[in-house]
Design a protein around this ligand. Structure first.
Ligand code: ADP
Ligand code: MG
Length: 494
């Protein structure tokens, strides 16, 4: 277990506190044009059985040929998870019969996986982090799909997915509650998407998780786990864990024991139910696949792949914090998705003075832009305000041409009407008034018109805010706030 993972949210039972222990097996479809051992296409949504080679259909005498691109993607993923790359690994046959797998076995990796131990840093609420250990990552074939709803008396099989490359990424039982489990899948998905090794599309089944859950007294020995199979939604993973932990606690507190079993989550009912017990578990009779040689890499090949990795979310986050003084929370919001990090970087690239306004730009991307996009249910890639336009707005604030308040109006105009922010400021007279003479006139007028307030503020200088507000109002929000403050202080003698 990893020491940086603090026991988080405990569950109160009738007999005291319980801790949930969770380990995930994530199946991630490798981004590759062809399958793991055949040249058939991996494209989604083709007609049933239109992407099936003789190898996938397991015709007699067909031999698998390893797809080097899939191996490279698995190694890249391992490096992205800070994991040990095993220079020698072996493909095994996992023997079982099911009609969606014509081979009668799945080619997988058992004792010698391509990737060994690694870790993933979770981003939790309020900028907290936790580290989850990775046990291993191995390559294996996906199965086909049975269709039971086409005929009252027959089942059909679609082998399009059969033989598609999956990476099974197995975590250590380091996860302690539903929030962490969701953060784990979110972060893993983000790393895969940055790397381009899996598209992370859970709706299409490119990323699925088996969720192992047990409960124990805080810090006590591990309890018996149940495995909830094939989850393809992050929020359902959270709901399933909450339900399952309480179910197990109730059983134990009633004097029962947990049977190690495989369960399914029913999102409609919000419950898990038994699928098969340990007694029904298969004996897979693993053995090395005689049709395939072990995978062997040189250190130099791995080093070359490492050198070609893109900047990953953790590194990007650290750089944003160091270079622009962002808070860890803001930095994690920006790097969570590759698209939002790219957008922020494009805004940075357009700034006149990055070191001065990098942090201001982050605030604008997160608060104004993301806020507005969320409100309208839009994606960053469909933002009506471009990175270039946002850079211009931030420049205008940073150089003192417009106030933050006017900038919000300008943002609104750019969002709805488009246009060049700098030209809009000129054309619509939105420039901040910094000319001391012009501001002084407004200040003098307000002081002269409010002798009672002047007396109050002299007695109680905290009330100066009222004057600032009046000056801003009568200048249409265009007076420079620093200049206003400075003038008011000297005129009022406070
Ligand atoms: P199997 O291959 O039989 O499913 P593994 O040892 O590979 O078994 O473990 C599968 C997953 O179960 C891993 O993610 C691991 O972290 C998790 N796990 C193991 N023991 C427990 C436990 N007591 N409670 C919760 N999760 C566990
Ligand atoms: Mg398992």
């Amino acid at each position: 277990m990893n020491a940086t993972v603090k026991p988080s949210r405990l569950i109160k039972g009738a007999t005291g506190d319980w801790e949930t222990v969770i380990g995930l097996e994530v199946h991630a479809q490798v981004t590759s044009n062809s399958k793991l051992f055949s040249g058939a296409s991996t494209a989604f949504g083709g007609d049933p059985n239109s992407h099936v080679s003789l190898v996938d259909a397991a015709m007699p005498g067909m031999l698998p040929v390893i797809n080097e691109e899939c191996v490279r993607q698995a190694v890249r993923t391992g490096l992205g998870l800070n994991a040990k790359i095993n220079l020698r690994s072996v493909f095994d046959r996992k023997n079982y019969f099911y009609p969606d797998s014509p081979q009668g076995y799945q080619i997988s990796q058992y004792l010698s996986p391509v990737v060994g131990e690694g870790e993933v840093v979770l981003e939790l609420d309020g900028g907290r982090t936790a580290t989850v250990g990775i046990e291993r990552l191995h390559l294996e074939q996906d199965a086909g799909k049975l269709l039971h709803d086409r005929s009252p008396s027959l089942s059909y099989v679609d082998l399009n997915r059969c033989g598609v490359a999956l990476m099974e990424i197995v975590s250590k039982p380091d996860i302690r509650d539903a929030e962490q489990a969701k953060a784990y899948v979110t972060k893993l998905r983000s790393i895969l998407r940055y790397l381009g090794t899996c598209d992370g599309d859970m709706e299409k089944g490119s990323l699925r998780a088996d969720v192992n859950v047990s409960v124990r007294r805080p810090g006590g020995p591990l309890g018996t786990r149940c495995e909830i199979k094939n989850m393809n939604s992050i929020s359902f993973i959270g709901d399933a864990i909450e339900y399952e932990a309480r179910r197990q606690i109730e059983i134990i507190e009633d004097g029962g024991v947990i049977d190690q079993e495989t369960r399914l989550y029913d999102p409609g009912k919000g419950e898990t139910r038994s699928m098969r017990s340990k007694e029904e578990a298969h004996d897979y009779r693993y053995f090395p696949d005689p049709d395939l040689l072990p995978l062997e890499f040189s250190e130099a090949w791995v080093a070359e792949i490492r050198a070609g990795l893109p900047e990953l979310p953790d590194q990007k986050k650290a750089r944003f914090i160091a270079d622009f003084g962002l808070s860890p929370y803001d930095a994690s919001v920006l790097v969570a998705e590759r698209e939002s990090a790219d957008f922020y970087e494009a805004v940075l690239a357009g700034l006149a003075d990055r070191s001065r306004d990098g942090k201001l730009a982050a605030n604008w991307v997160i608060n104004e832009l993301f806020g507005r996009l969320n409100k309208e249910g839009r994606d960053i890639t469909a933002s009506p305000v471009s990175a270039e336009q946002l850079s211009a707005i931030v420049d205008l604030i940073g150089e003192g041409t417009i106030s933050g308040k006017i900038a919000k109006d300008l943002f609104e105009i750019v969002w709805t009407e488009g246009g060049d922010p700098r030209a809009l400021v000129e054309a619509r007279g939105m420039k901040q008034v910094t000319d001391p003479g012009a501001i002084e006139k407004v200040v003098d007028d307000i002081i002269a018109a409010n002798p009672d307030k002047v007396a109050q503020v002299r007695a109680k200088p905290q009330l100066a805010g009222w004057f600032v507000g009046q000056v801003m109002k009568s200048s249409g929000g265009k007076a420079n706030p620093q200049a206003v403050n400075h003038l008011l202080k000297s005129k009022l003698g406070i």
